[in-house]
Write a protein that binds this ligand. Structure first.
Ligand SMILES: O=c1nc2n(C[C@H](O)[C@H](O)[C@H](O)CO)c3cc(O)ccc3cc-2c(=O)[nH]1
Length: 317
């Protein structure tokens, strides 16, 4: 079975761990969000691709859900001693090595997709990890800080500001001109199932779908498309998705997120048992819906979620 998953960072990576356990024989292709990418200290950092790669490759810091296990921060401290920031973004020494290799290969002319494949040679994540695009896309967020309207990089909004200000607009800069990376459209066209994990619907999956051709390829694929709600009981399971949902005028409810994706895209939608009331509303919108436990408390609970998603896909076929 060929499964294609559109994934953001922590939520996507943890879902993939459960999916691999639920479907060990499946050929899994991951289309990763690169709108969170940021250039720091002359290096290209790809947080979502790295989070998937480290999580599935056994190198993640399990408590944080991002960055490397057994990490040290000597380089960051030395840079700060020179007054070189930003200091609000936690890049560790081991993680720095990944960004150095990536930046060196990009400078030598390799596209991001080839660089990602090379990095995965080390980590062996057990999935084919593709960036959504080889072209630069950068999510920016408009905020009003101290009475002044500014546009900040998504990481500055997420990490420095902790999404404490209202997101007035969320713009995937460069998405309109970007092309899907090699293999992305082919994987969607030949998929048996397409899954949208409980990743952020705006800045993770929304950014992937904003690359011209990807939304059309998902919607037009022969495979059933099933998503899992990142909203449980009216609040994000983790992260601050509600802040960016508000920016696109979407309520933080499981049913509103399903309607936001739309019946043209989704064949099936899983909501948490706490949101069983939403099932009728989602089905009325033309999307098959089931209420099942959606808390990713461990690999077994997450594998059960993945099995439910595959079962709903089978029913929606
Ligand atoms: O909350 C934080 N998240 C950090 N993240 C996570 C990241 O900001 C976001 O969670 C994702 O981009 C959202 O998908 C990092 C991810 C990396 O791959 C590398 C470094 C960081 C650093 C931070 C950090 O300092 N604080």
């Amino acid at each position: 079975m060929r499964i294609v998953v559109l994934a953001g960072g922590i939520g996507g990576a943890r879902f993939l761990r459960g999916l691999k356990s639920a479907a060990p024989a499946a050929e899994i292709t991951v289309i990763g969000n690169t709108g969170d990418d940021i250039h720091l200290f002359g290096l290209k950092v790809c947080p979502d691709l790295d989070t998937v790669m480290y999580t599935l490759g056994g190198g993640i810091n399990e408590d944080q859900g991002w960055g490397r296990a057994d990490e040290s921060f000597t380089l960051k401290e030395e840079l700060a001693a020179y007054g070189v920031g930003p200091t609000w973004f936690g890049l560790g020494d081991r993680d720095f090595a990944t960004h150095i290799v990536r930046t060196q290969m990009l400078a030598a002319g390799y596209p991001l997709s080839a660089v990602t494949e090379a990095l995965c040679d080390r980590w062996q994540p057990g999935v084919r990890l593709l960036p959504m695009s080889d072209d630069r896309v950068e999510t920016h967020v408009a905020v009003t800080e101290n009475g002044e309207r500014r546009v900040v990089h998504f990481q500055e909004y997420w990490v420095r500001l902790r999404a404490s200000l209202a997101a007035e607009a969320v713009v995937p800069v460069g998405a309109e001109q970007a092309k899907p990376a090699p293999g992305v459209l082919e994987a969607l066209a030949s998929a048996d199932v397409i899954l949208l994990p409980p990743s952020n619907p705006v800045v993770s999956i929304g950014t992937i779908l904003a690359v011209p051709g990807i939304r059309e390829a998902v919607a037009g694929a022969a495979a059933p498309v099933v998503g899992l709600s990142p909203i449980v009981g009216g609040a994000p399971v983790r992260g601050m998705a509600d802040k960016v949902l508000a920016a696109v005028g979407v309520e933080s409810t499981a049913a509103a997120v399903a309607r936001h994706y739309g019946a043209d895209l989704l064949d099936g939608w899983l909501v948490d048992t706490a949101d069983a009331d939403a099932v009728a509303e989602v089905e009325a919108a033309g999307i098959a819906c089931r209420a099942v436990p959606l808390m990713m408390t461990g690999t077994e609970a997450t594998a059960a979620m993945a099995r439910e998603a595959l079962s709903l896909a089978e029913a929606a076929r």
